[in-house]
Design a protein around this ligand. Structure first.
Ligand code: NAD
Ligand code: ZN
Length: 355
């Protein structure tokens, strides 16, 4: 299969390109080499081994149409990621992620390409799923600064104020994007669903959880927490853990995410609905706290031990863990890299240059 991989020079995209080649497919990479992702402009990260390479922006319709020649499917990874610096970044996020997706989908409609796999994200859910012992399933709003400052980190029941028990989010949970990036990731899904209905296409959104592994960018305002800890250790510093370290996340290895993309691209027409978007949580189903992750990395690296600071960032969610049963059952994918193996490897794996 000939597959256009947008964002194929990035962290996850480059692992997807490798996995596609290993599976006998023909990747074509289109990437704008955004400075936020590739800060060493004089020596941009070379596109991954194998496949053709086009230096272009997904908002450049002519370039995308040319790149789609002979292509069977598109694997859309290109996006501005992370939280950014402040709200002034909003137009850049919406431009790259949503206008970019609209231009790509319009070009696919024009060229008759009907298969799309989208890099979705668990950020579309906002806070995870919670149960109150008295009120059952509840949806807590954003946490109040006074609570965070007082060290009351766990969301409380909106009805009775009891601390809530976190559970696993399923794909049908209501969307609740809490920041600009999350909003753009949700809009990408809505655009892809609209495209699928309009052209009879098949769209899959793989809602990745916290992806980590070799090639992850070093600490930038745009990278994930595993990368911050890994960078601190590399400088000989202790990883600093916010809140009380009890935030639960689902850490998923980048090679497993790449394999999920290959599985979605290879999925038989019977298992992916036509004229619709199907979302799949893509996580390990083995939740760990951020504190445990810091400890696993520090131990594998050989110290220093993490320091739990009690600091916090307004807008961070407390727990977000999902059930990835749907993708296991329907696409036959399951993660191959355990938390322990993955963190041990990541402690010594190369990272990409930071800003
Ligand atoms: N890293 C994670 O934990 C995570 C979690 C959930 C979802 N995702 C999604 O996975 C995808 C890949 O993320 P990543 O972590 O590899 O990030 P990354 O920054 O390493 O890679 C993104 C790539 O897209 C390119 N790009 C961005 N905007 C572009 C545009 N307009 N035109 C062409 N190329 C453009 C960048 O140059 C970069 O190479 C993104 O869609 C992201 O939203 C990532
Ligand atoms: Zn209650």
């Amino acid at each position: 299969m000939r597959v256009l991989v947008t964002g194929g020079a990035g962290f996850i995209g480059s692992h997807i390109v490798t996995a596609l080649v290993e599976h006998g497919h023909e990747p074509v990479v289109l990437d704008a080499l955004l400075p936020a992702a590739h800060p060493t402009a004089a020596h941009p990260d070379p596109p991954s081994a194998g496949g053709e390479w086009i230096h272009a922006d997904v908002r450049d319709r002519g370039a995308v149409v040319a790149a789609l020649r002979g292509v069977d499917a598109v694997c859309h990874q290109a996006a501005m990621v992370g939280l950014g610096k402040d709200f002034a970044d909003a137009p850049a996020y919406v431009g790259c992620n949503d206008l970019g997706t609209a231009v790509l989908l319009a070009a696919m409609a024009e060229c008759g390409v009907r298969e799309l796999v989208l890099a979705g994200s668990m950020v579309v859910y906002g806070e995870g799923r919670y149960d109150c012992p008295r009120h059952g399933r509840v949806r807590p709003g954003p946490r109040a600064e006074a609570d965070l400052a007082a060290g009351r980190f766990d969301p409380r029941c909106p009805e009775c104020g009891t601390p809530l028990r976190p559970g696993l989010v399923g794909e049908d949970a209501p969307a609740d994007p809490r920041n600009v990036y999350a909003t753009t990731k949700l809009a990408q899904e809505h655009l892809a669903a609209a495209w699928a209905r309009a052209v009879g296409g098949r769209a899959v959104s793989l809602r990745y959880h916290n992806v980590y592994g070799p090639g992850m960018p070093r600490d930038t305002p745009y990278a994930g927490v595993a990368s911050f800890f890994r960078s601190a250790l590399a400088r000989g510093e202790a990883p600093t853990v916010f809140e009380d370290g009890g935030q639960r996340r689902d850490f998923i290895h980048v090679r497993d995410v790449a394999a999920a993309n290959v599985a979605a691209l290879e999925a038989a027409p019977e298992v992916v609905a036509p004229s619709a978007l199907t979302a799949y949580n893509t996580g390990s189903d083995d939740p760990h706290t951020v504190g445990e992750m810091a400890m696993a990395l520090a131990t594998a690296f050989g110290g220093p031990a993490p320091v739990v600071t009690g600091g916090y960032r307004l807008g961070d969610v407390r727990h977000i863990t999902a059930s990835s049963r749907r993708i296991r059952e329907r696409l036959g994918w399951r993660p191959a890299v355990s938390f322990h193996e993955g963190m041990t490897e990541f402690a010594h794996a190369p990272q990409r240059a930071g800003v």
